[in-house]
Design a binder for this molecule. Structure first.
Ligand SMILES: C[S@@+](CC[C@H](N)C(=O)[O-])C[C@H]1O[C@@H](n2cnc3c(N)ncnc32)[C@H](O)[C@@H]1O
Ligand code: SF4
Length: 303
């Protein structure tokens, strides 16, 4: 019997931008290199945290720019929630990354340094920012708060490269602490992004048609946690209608192995984007998380 191809090798019509290739390589190392188990099931390796629900920018390709989809509510994640999550992650010997990114601009949360210091007790920590509030002092403070990588999205143009390189030098952080991502490109280059429709909320640029991709590994290796502890399927889900649990009410591991996420995970491992929000998602879901997907397939006896 030939091995089924779950990779969706749909012929690429678009070249991957250099910055995206570098980003994917970094994420592959975090997501795929080490599979960790708790009670014989694979635990995630990528957790995205949305610590604040506001952004100071309004980018054309981002759902945050549309107040009907993702209004700025200014809600913030509490330290109580961060402590609960850190404890839950310690309990399962978490070895992956917690990335501060999500539905807003993490550097607008005044508690960001305390948050990263706590999370770093249990995880590799990354911060993704538009860089607008950064100063040499805050870069060095993030480094001293045990952040592992600071990823700066450069939306304004190549002139930002020199500015942030100078800042990082003044901050006296190691050269590889800061990663600059060029995202100033136009629609013809997908804005320098691996552009997706963010579950039907963004209709801009030359995007993959809905239905191009059916399999998806996201719920096999990742989750997104919102400011109030709601756990969503993946960073693509900007509809935020269906939660799979809440961190303040349940243990992280119980949510990860719970009924709600299991239903999505199983269907997506069988190539079925049959429930909302996946029905409206055009993201290529199998780029990362191959080892996790393989393990879950064995557990669910999907051949
Ligand atoms: C919502 S932002 C939050 C973090 C921070 N405010 C920033 O801009 O880097 C998270 C990431 O999603 C990217 N992004 C926004 N809209 C996107 C889309 N439609 N497709 C792919 N990536 C997108 C942004 O460029 C950024 O790297
Ligand atoms: S199909 Fe899309 S919305 Fe559903 S889990 Fe995958 S990436 Fe997320």
């Amino acid at each position: 019997m030939t091995k089924k191809n779950f990779d969706q090798k749909v012929k690429r019509t678009k070249k991957l931008h250099k910055a995206i290739k570098i980003n994917l390589k970094r994420r592959t190392i975090i997501v795929d290199d080490k599979l960790v188990y708790n009670k014989e099931v694979p635990i995630p390796s990528w957790i995205e945290l949305s610590i604040i629900d506001v952004c100071n920018r309004s980018c054309s390709f981002c759902p945050k720019a549309d107040p009907k989809v993702a209004p700025n509510t200014y809600q913030k994640m509490s330290m109580l929630l961060i402590e609960k999550l850190t404890n839950d992650l310690k309990k399962i010997n978490y070895q992956g990354s917690v990335t501060l990114c999500g539905y807003g601009e993490p550097m607008l949360h005044k508690g960001v340094f305390e948050i990263t210091r706590k999370l770093a007790e249990a995880s590799y920590v990354e911060v993704v920012t538009n860089g607008d509030t950064l100063k040499p002092q805050s870069i060095s403070k993030l480094y001293n708060s045990n952040v592992n990588k600071l990823l700066i999205s450069l939306y304004d143009g190549p002139k930002q490269v020199e500015k942030f390189k100078k800042m990082a030098k003044e901050a006296k952080v190691p050269d590889d602490f800061v990663i600059l991502r060029d995202r100033w490109h136009g629609a013809d280059k997908d804005y320098g992004l691996k552009l997706t429709n963010r579950t039907g909320t963004i209709d801009i640029g030359n995007q993959d048609k809905l239905g191009t991709f059916t399999y998806c590994n996201y719920p096999s290796y990742s989750v997104l946690i919102d400011w109030n502890g709601d756990v969503f399927l993946c960073p693509q889900d900007w509809q935020r209608r269906i939660t799979t649990g809440n961190i303040m009410q349940e243990d992280f591991f119980d949510i990860w192995t719970g009924k709600a996420i299991t239903k999505y995970r199983k269907n997506l491992l069988e190539g079925k984007r049959c429930d909302s929000p996946c029905t409206e998602c055009n993201a290529e879901g199998t780029i990362l998380g191959k080892k996790h997907a393989e393990e879950w397939r064995k557990i669910y006896k999907i051949s």
